[in-house]
Design a protein around this ligand. Structure first.
Ligand SMILES: Nc1ncnc2c1ncn2[C@@H]1O[C@H](COP(=O)(O)OP(=O)(O)O)[C@@H](O)[C@H]1O
Ligand SMILES: [Mg+2]
Length: 328
């Protein structure tokens, strides 16, 4: 079995861990920088070239696409899909989960509770938008932020208007969102692989900070979540069809509320906090799914082969019958 991890950096903790576990399980694993891939299509065929050579056939691909290369990265993932390679997180799943508003649309349509949110550009009809998210303070988010950057807590309509106008001049679309004050500074990261929860962590923001991201100084500790939280996390990952997902949840006024779903969740913090071997779980999941795909393909091939043999037999029979009638 040969697997490709799409990542810009072999030295990232998660990539090193995945390679380590792949080796232990006996899976051949290459790390490919998506930006080094040249994607080729013509009317009849398509291929991926790397350093001037066509890529070998991979049984499966694990995309770890950072936000800085989303568009090119998604083109590479899509190319693997049209080459009929098994891709753990597909291009549509990644793009839908990465856009902060589209992801809320998808979750809301799947019946998953999300904070009241308004997509806006500029400060027109600000009163309506603020009424929709209930009361001050409110959260503002830029659509493609990550690791807590681009998430702001604002306390007055005047400051909201001035930030919206500034972001409008930068042509940035913005989310105005209900501030979940019930559990400000605390959220849960749930790691889901193949529809099952692998690890759950409570993240607590440092004093004076409302963002609990590990990159913003948040601290992770293991936690056992109630069934209602676990169910919603699984449903959130499934809404995007993500094989590997990091679901961020908070406690809202009416219960578990999903903030976002990450398609390339890091696992240094959560492996450390929970002592779970997430890298091994991902690799084992990949191996199982790849074997299933190979079996499906073999069945299809065999069915096609036996159909061809049957068709051949029928033609021979018809020809012999015709010869007989001609003779008589
Ligand atoms: N609506 C909200 N109410 C309260 N805190 C929030 C809200 N949205 C985000 N946060 C805090 O900010 C952090 C980062 O927000 P998030 O939407 O997950 O963006 P990012 O992609 O940057 O991690 C969350 O982990 C949470 O601690
Ligand atoms: Mg987050």
């Amino acid at each position: 079995m040969r697997i490709a991890i799409l990542s810009r950096n072999k030295n990232l903790h998660s990539i090193r861990r995945l390679l380590q576990e792949a080796k232990r399980i006996g899976i051949e694993c290459d790390v490919i920088d998506p930006l080094e891939c040249q994607l080729v299509v013509d009317g009849r065929s398509r291929c991926i070239q790397l350093h001037g050579k066509e890529l070998p056939v991979y049984d499966a691909v694990l995309p770890r696409i950072g936000t800085s290369i989303t568009d090119y990265g998604l083109a590479v993932v899509k190319h693997f899909e049209i080459l009929d390679t098994y891709v753990v997180n597909g291009s549509q799943s990644i793009s839908e989960s990465r856009d902060k508003f589209r992801s809320l649309q998808v979750l809301s349509a799947a019946g998953v509770r999300v904070p009241a949110t308004v997509l806006a550009r500029g400060s027109k009809n600000l009163r309506g938008a603020l009424a929709a998210v209930r009361e001050m303070p409110i959260i503002l988010k830029v659509l493609r932020g990550t690791q807590g950057v681009g998430v702001m807590l604002l306390h007055s309509p005047i400051s909201v208007a001035s930030v919206l106008e500034t972001l409008n001049t930068l042509e940035e679309d913005v989310l105005i969102q209900q501030f979940l004050k019930e559990s400000a500074g605390r959220d849960y990261r749930v790691f889901v692989v193949g529809g099952k929860i692998v690890a759950t962590m409570l993240r607590t923001a440092p004093t004076g900070e409302f963002r609990s991201n590990i990159h913003r100084g948040g601290e992770g500790s293991p936690i056992t979540l109630p069934a209602s939280y676990r169910r919603i996390a699984i449903r959130a990952a499934a809404a995007f069809g993500l094989g590997v997902a990091g679901v961020d949840l908070m406690e809202g006024p009416s219960g578990p509320t999903v903030l976002e779903v990450n398609s390339s969740p890091g696992f240094e913090g959560i492996e450390k906090a929970t002592k779970r071997n997430i890298a091994a779980t991902i690799m084992r999941f990949l191996a199982v799914e790849t074997r299933k795909k190979i079996r499906r393909e073999n069945r299809r091939k065999n069915a096609r082969k036996s159909n061809r043999v049957l068709a051949k037999k029928r033609t021979v029979k018809k020809k012999t019958a015709k010869k007989r009638t001609n003779r008589s």
